[in-house]
Design a protein around this ligand. Structure first.
Ligand code: GDP
Length: 198
C-alpha cells in the first residue's frame, strides 16, 4: 500500500464519534514522547500528518487517516498515555477510552505499539499488551529512537523485549525503528500491509 497518500479524515474524542466501523484499520499507540508521531510521519513520508509535539500528552483525540484514498483502510493515531503531569482523573478517562476502543472496534486488525528502545515495556505498555491479549489482537512493537543506542545495545534491547514477550510470540512481533535514520521502515510497512491488504 502507498502510505504516502495517507490523508487526515477526522478526530474523535470518544468511540461513539469515530467514523463508521467498517473496512480495516491499524491503531498506533504509545507512551507520550515514545516517538509515535514521528513513526507515523516516517511511515507515511509526511512531515506533519501526525503532530510531533513538545508538550506530550496534549492530544486526547483519536485521529483517523485514510490510506490510498480509501476511507475503508485507515491508520488511527491513539492518544499518547502515561504523561506524568496529567491529572489522575484525566488519565483514567483516557484509559477508559483506549480500552473501549481496543475492545469494541471491529475493524481494528492490529496494534502498532511504540516504545522508546531505551525504556521498553513500561507499566502502561504492559496495560496495552494486556488489553490486546484479551482481544487476541495482534501487536507489532516498534522500539523507537534506535539511533540513540549503539547497534549492539539496540540489538540487546530487541532480544530482551522478545525474550520477555516470548509467551505471546504468536500475537506479538518486535522490531527496531528509527524515524530519524529511516531504519526499519520496510519491516513496519510490511506489517501494516499484512493487516490492511485483504
Ligand atoms: P510522541 O509523543 O510519541 O508522538 O513522540 P514524538 O514523535 O513527538 O517524539 C518525541 C521526541 O522524540 C521528539 O523530540 C522527537 O524529535 C524525538 N524522536 C522521535 N523519533 C526519533 C528518532 O527516531 N530518533 C531520535 N533521535 N529522536 C526521535
Amino acid at each position: 500500500l502507498n502510505y504516502h497518500t495517507a490523508r487526515f479524515i477526522i478526530s474523535a474524542p470518544t468511540l461513539a464519534l469515530c467514523p463508521p466501523d467498517n473496512g480495516r484499520e491499524v491503531a498506533f499507540a504509545g507512551r507520550s514522547n515514545a516517538g509515535k508521531s514521528s513513526a507515523i510521519n516516517a511511515l507515511t513520508q509526511q512531515n506533519a500528518l501526525a503532530r510531533t509535539s513538545k508538550t506530550p500528552g496534549r492530544t486526547q483525540l483519536i485521529n483517523f487517516f485514510n490510506v490510498g484514498g480509501d476511507d475503508g483502510r485507515r491508520l488511527v493515531d491513539l492518544p499518547g498515555y502515561g504523561f506524568a503531569k496529567v491529572p489522575e482523573k484525566v488519565k483514567l478517562e483516557w484509559q477508559r477510552h483506549l480500552a473501549e476502543y481496543l475492545q469494541r472496534r471491529a475493524s481494528l486488525q492490529g496494534l502498532m505499539l511504540m516504545m522508546d528502545v531505551r525504556h521498553p515495556l513500561s507499566e502502561f505498555d504492559e496495560m496495552m499488551l494486556g488489553w490486546a491479549d484479551e482481544q487476541d489482537m495482534a501487536v507489532h512493537i516498534l522500539l523507537t529512537k534506535a539511533d540513540k543506542l549503539k547497534p549492539g545495545a539496540a540489538k540487546n534491547s530487541l532480544l530482551e523485549v522478545r525474550r520477555r514477550l516470548r509467551e505471546w510470540e504468536d500475537l506479538v512481533s518486535v522490531q527496531l525503528f528509527s524515524a530519524l535514520k529511516r531504519q526499519g521502515l520496510d519491516e513496519a510497512q510490511a506489517r501494516l500491509d499484512s493487516w490492511l491488504a485483504e
